[in-house]
Write a protein that binds this ligand. Structure first.
Ligand code: 6PG
Length: 242
């Protein structure tokens, strides 16, 4: 866990991680596979990614989303639209490297199509999971990640790569990556800012709460929480790195 003073420092730190991970992945596998969180936290951070001169090789970068709201891609609620507005419209990336969740007839059908896109793009054999080089995640105030909510049966999914789920609280269908995909990533970075998240961060980091975020346990343990001061409010001082 690293606590930085503000979102700008988090952005600069993340750009360094992204550039390093992309360089290593492209050297190793000639490609860089990244899955981006949605929501509000990443908006300004992604603007920094979209404007960064340190991040290039977009021709070798495959961009996926960790989850999507089941709305038209043009909707202000769409995570794809947010990623397009903040990053994709500001860089030179081949359209075939961009993998939206196409929201058509049903969330379940969209999830099956997204799963087929993952299988094709990662050239997966039967029963294998995509191994993203970098996954960025946010955390909801209830500890959810992507669209995997506390108590959701989707948390128990061990076969499918993506699922259609229903967000009771928001009365909204979603499409989400599943835990086996998330936990198969080479590197996972949580982006958590603002005092609204201080309580859940304390619960997860100090109290080891059983929130969906606490189930993010890749074998290589390569999980980093990037927090700002406000989100780290309830953590003991020794944990802060600024
Ligand atoms: C979404 C996200 C979701 C988000 C958390 C935190 O579609 O909303 O993928 O998992 O990361 O809900 O959201 P905020 O960053 O808006 O607080």
């Amino acid at each position: 866990m690293i606590v930085l003073a503000n979102q700008k420092e988090i952005t600069d730190f993340l750009i360094g991680i992204w550039a390093e991970q992309a360089r290593d992945s492209i050297k190793r596998r000639k490609k860089f596979f990244v899955a981006l969180a949605g929501g509000n936290t990443p908006v300004d951070i992604y603007r920094g990614i979209g404007n960064s001169k340190l991040i290039n090789s977009w021709d070798k970068t495959q961009v996926f989303l960790t989850d999507e709201r089941f709305v038209p891609l043009s909707s202000k609620e769409s995570n794809y639209r947010m990623v397009r507005d903040t990053i994709l419209d500001h860089i030179d990336i081949p359209p075939k490297n961009i993998h939206p969740v196409y929201t058509g007839d049903s969330a379940e059908k969209s999830a099956r199509e997204y799963e087929q896109d993952l299988i094709k793009t990662f050239a997966l054999k039967e029963g294998k999971f995509p191994d993203f080089d970098l996954i960025l995640l946010g955390v909801g105030e209830d500890g959810h990640i992507a669209s995997l909510l506390p108590g959701s049966p989707a948390l128990k999914e061990r076969k499918h790569l993506a699922l259609g789920v229903y967000h009771d609280r928001l009365k909204q269908y979603r499409v989400t990556l599943t835990l086996p995909v998330i936990n198969n990533a080479r590197r996972i970075v949580f982006l958590v800012t603002g005092k609204r998240k201080a309580g859940i961060i304390k619960d997860i980091i100090l109290e080891k709460a059983l929130a969906p975020a606490s189930l993010v346990k890749p074998e290589n343990k390569n999980v980093l929480y990037l927090l700002d001061r406000e989100a780290s409010l309830f953590l003991p001082f020794r944990k802060k790195a600024f």
